[in-house]
Design a protein around this ligand. Structure first.
Ligand SMILES: Nc1nc2c(ncn2[C@@H]2O[C@H](COP(=O)(O)OP(=O)(O)OP(=O)(O)O)[C@@H](O)[C@H]2O)c(=O)[nH]1
Ligand SMILES: [Mg+2]
Length: 449
């Protein structure tokens, strides 16, 4: 924590590269490599200066440096950002010079770790920084932004407050239990409060499924008999020749996945091996993977190109019992769009090959995903560490609820309450978090953040 650290904060290959320096020696080290007008060490906070980075007499680059002074910087320490030209040579050379003058290369996530340790943000906000950098669409951006702005932290703080209130009510009962003339909050009242807390925690844990789906892409399996046009559809949706298409039955053997964005939400499409009876061993393995893909999918597109048989209908029915199912009729260019006679199920009719009605299908997929419209301040749990802590907190609260119902004594209940409090505190890092956990969180950051 006492070292002054440096790292490249931008991805290589751009027109500019920004090198970040943070720590108490930042300005002193800068003064040894930067030549501009005036004395670097007296540069005021929040100012930008033009000048040159020099290695002895040799000019390495023409740069702008931004000056931040503790505590008003990202890390809370004195910091400098040097905007250089994006040449790999220049950036390496500047880093080398900084290291020669006393800097150390930053570890991944070390800037954000310092920001956390200096109280600039709590742990869940620090994690939101990594999510924000990794965000790829409107939904993931919004979830990370909401967490970064502290909405999750303040919900946790409220829960903590309610738990503390509950603990103090119980402790009052313990301390004064031999004063028969004193009235305590009765147990049914305590039970009400506890249940309310649990509902809030459960709402958060339930949001994790949506959070995960939004982060990783909502899985959509494309299934059906062989040759109905599943791979053609995948390619059409991706606008790319991703999967092999042919009129040979059983072309696709393995599952093929890729993502597309529909209305700001990422969907992960999984093309699968067509379902049929086969003695081909490899194809059989492929078909068992198709069933595994159905299992994992949130939405199943069941594709047909002719009236389905009773046997196929049974499979469709089975699938619709526990998945969002969309039956897609393909090749309508070929069949003059004659309605199916026997089967009267809602269908989306398309031609994958000719790109007909694909936007209707995309809209149906978007609606089937049933993603709640996220408001700016909505809290969605997206992080497995948070989910784990919330689940453990829920288990402790459940034990308190059970205990209250069977009139368990206050001291036994308060142990679980204390553990619930500690568990929630793990999320924001309010409780001392062991170094191991901290290290694990921040190593997933990129260097320079
Ligand atoms: N006329 C017409 N032909 C199509 C359409 N979509 C796909 N096809 C053709 O149907 C054949 C099979 O297409 P694929 O996409 O390979 O079918 P699949 O369902 O992936 O087949 P398997 O991988 O064997 O299960 C190819 O010859 C495609 O060109 C369509 O909308 N209209
Ligand atoms: Mg295929």
């Amino acid at each position: 924590m006492n070292d002054t650290i440096c790292a490249l904060a931008t991805a290589p290959g751009g027109a500019l590269g920004i090198i970040r320096v943070s720590g108490s020696q930042s300005l002193e080290i800068l003064s040894r490599v930067f030549r501009g007008s005036g004395d670097v060490q007296t540069f005021p906070a929040n100012t930008i200066h033009y000048g040159h980075i020099k290695d002895g007499a040799e000019v390495i680059d023409e740069v702008m440096v931004s000056i931040f002074r503790a505590p008003h910087s990202y890390t809370g320490e004195d910091s400098v950002e040097i905007s250089c030209h994006g040449s790999r040579y220049i950036l390496n050379k500047v880093l080398e010079l900084l290291i020669a003058c006393g800097c150390r290369m930053a570890e991944p996530g070390e800037y954000t770790m310092r920001a956390y340790l200096n109280g600039k943000m709590d742990l869940s906000q620090a994690e939101a920084v990594a999510d924000l950098i990794a965000s790829t669409n409107k939904a993931t951006h919004q979830m990370a932004m909401s967490q970064l702005r502290g909405n999750f932290s303040s919900q946790l703080a409220q829960l903590r407050e309610q738990l503390l209130k509950l603990t103090s009510l119980l402790e009052l009962e313990l301390d004064f239990s031999d004063h028969e003339d004193l009235e305590f909050a009765d147990r049914s009242e305590l039970l009400e409060i506890t249940k309310k807390i649990d509902t809030q925690i459960t709402r958060l844990t339930h949001s994790f499924e949506t959070g995960q789906a939004l982060k990783q892409g909502i899985p959509v399996a494309i299934v059906g008999k062989t040759n109905v046009g599943k791979s053609t559809l995948l390619n059409a949706l991706l606008k790319d020749d991703r999967a092999i298409v042919s009129d040979v039955h059983g072309t696709t053997r393995d599952t093929i996945e890729d993502t597309i964005n529909i209305n700001g939400i990422t969907f992960r499409f999984i093309d699968t091996a067509g379902i049929r009876q086969t003695s081909d061993e490899v194809e059989q393995i492929g078909i068992s993977r198709t069933y595994a893909a159905i299992d994992k999918a949130r939405i199943v597109l069941w594709m047909v190109d002719e009236e389905p048989s009773q046997e196929e209908l049974n499979k469709i029915q089975l699938c619709s019992d526990n998945k969002k199912l969309i039956v897609v009729r393909n090749k309508i260019d070929q069949t003059e769009n004659k309605p199916f006679i026997i089967v009267k199920i809602p269908l989306i009719e398309i031609s994958a090959k000719h790109g007909l009605h694909l936007s209707d299908l995309e809209q149906a997929i978007y609606e089937a995903a049933d993603i709640p419209t996220l408001q700016e301040n909505d809290v969605i749990v997206t992080n497995a560490r948070h989910y784990d802590a919330l689940t453990r907190a829920h288990n402790h609260i459940q034990r308190v609820i059970d205990g209250l119902q069977i009139q368990l004594s206050g001291d036994l209940l308060s142990e679980d309450l204390r553990q619930a409090l500690d568990t929630l505190a793990e999320i924001t890092g309010g409780q001392i978090t062991p170094n191991e956990v901290l290290g694990n969180i921040f190593t997933h950051f990129c260097v320079g953040k």
